[in-house]
Design a protein around this ligand. Sequence first.
Ligand code: PMP
Length: 461
Amino acid sequence: MSNRFQTKQIQDLDAQHHLHPFSDHQSLRAGQNVRVIVKGEGPYVIDSEGHRILDGMAGLWTTNIGYGNKELAQAAYDQMVELPFYNTFFKTTHPPVVALSRKLAEIAPAHINQVFFGSSGSESNDTAIRLIRHYWALKGEPKRRIIISRKNAYHGSTIAAGSMGGMSHVHQHSYPVYEGFRHVMDPYWYGDSFPGETPEAFGLRAARAIDEEILRCGPENVAAFAGEPVQGAGGVKIAPSTYWPEVQRIVDKYGILLLADEVITGFGRVGTWFASEFYGIRPNLITFAKAATSGYIPLSGVLVDDKIVEALMSTDDDFNHGYTFSGHPVACAVALKNLEIMERDRLVPKVKETTGPALAKLFARFKDHPLVGEVRTVGMLGAIELVADKKTRKRFDDPGRVGLICRDHFFREGFIMRAVYDTMVCAPPLTWTDAQFEEAGAVIQKALDQTLADVSGELAA
Ligand code: PMP
């Protein structure tokens, strides 16, 4: 397309025919031209004007092995020629879905050995919601329907996953939000702690909000707790060390299920295959998507533990749920190759040993910048929070405005970070080398300084 149309023509056609996700459609069509990305090469994307941009967001928390990998393209081609599609309904299967299921069981926590596939993270969370409720019905406790999750969580855009998520602007479009979901505080120490409260004390308080909600609902009505090990789209909120052990203790105490949404944190992002391992939790279900194929083709799923599978096997009734593309052969072949490459290139241990520490070191350089309230990282996930007053943590008026100014400076300087309100978040491909960390460091410095120049009048004296 880029060869046939000039950038402007593409932008005009885009405005005429393409409804973008999560967008303000008025300003998209009011001369705020979209950027046209035409190519990806390793850690870079290239736009239609020829700018090479270092992609600090791995597409959308997705391209863990970077762009332009021909091995994945070959795996897709080979599988398309062999068997481009067959369904997995009606007692059929095919080699790629079996091989991938086995591989996922190998890298998942030991008590998890089975997987149900879909194509998107939203679908995988819908599957998990149904499985959770079906599980309790099979166990003779159909009243247990409530799933507790957290404010600012993002679990997807379907009506069920959107209801489980805790973002009010997502809820806005589902009238009404599905019943049976409750939202408690998220473990956001920088934003929500009391003056003088340590991260450890705050982590316990945030976890105990779950306990309090369970008691409010009546424990006999609660089916599960769901959370992202690190809240991603909510602003890369990294829980204090006390949080997840306390959450595990609470779900164990009440015997409710634990769903870890690892759509962002799965596949090495924090230095273990799944972040559940990193945080020492034992989820009954893990949802995944995005980086399973490094984004080269859609594939998602739910990893399901032995306890739930046993319940499923206790009846000869159908579990009436599935997608045409559950276990799509081409997607499975690409995922398998992607996991093979990640293993061969040691990308996951490298997050623990080199790339994760390098990101932490890089971000630490900016913690004293006048605009920066907090920097935080875990593995290859990071956030730089911009504030009007470092001392009091006072935010800028009109949340999101300064984040967008900053994001535009980043883009212009050739580096993509996403703005979540006024928090700049980052999730680079796991393949970054010293060269990319250096390049990113130079741009971050410039973009923060340029943003500071734009808003210096608003900073506390
Ligand atoms: N869960 C989490 C934690 C996510 O970050 C996302 C997407 N950003 C989803 C679920 C939904 O995934 P999808 O967009 O593939 O439906």
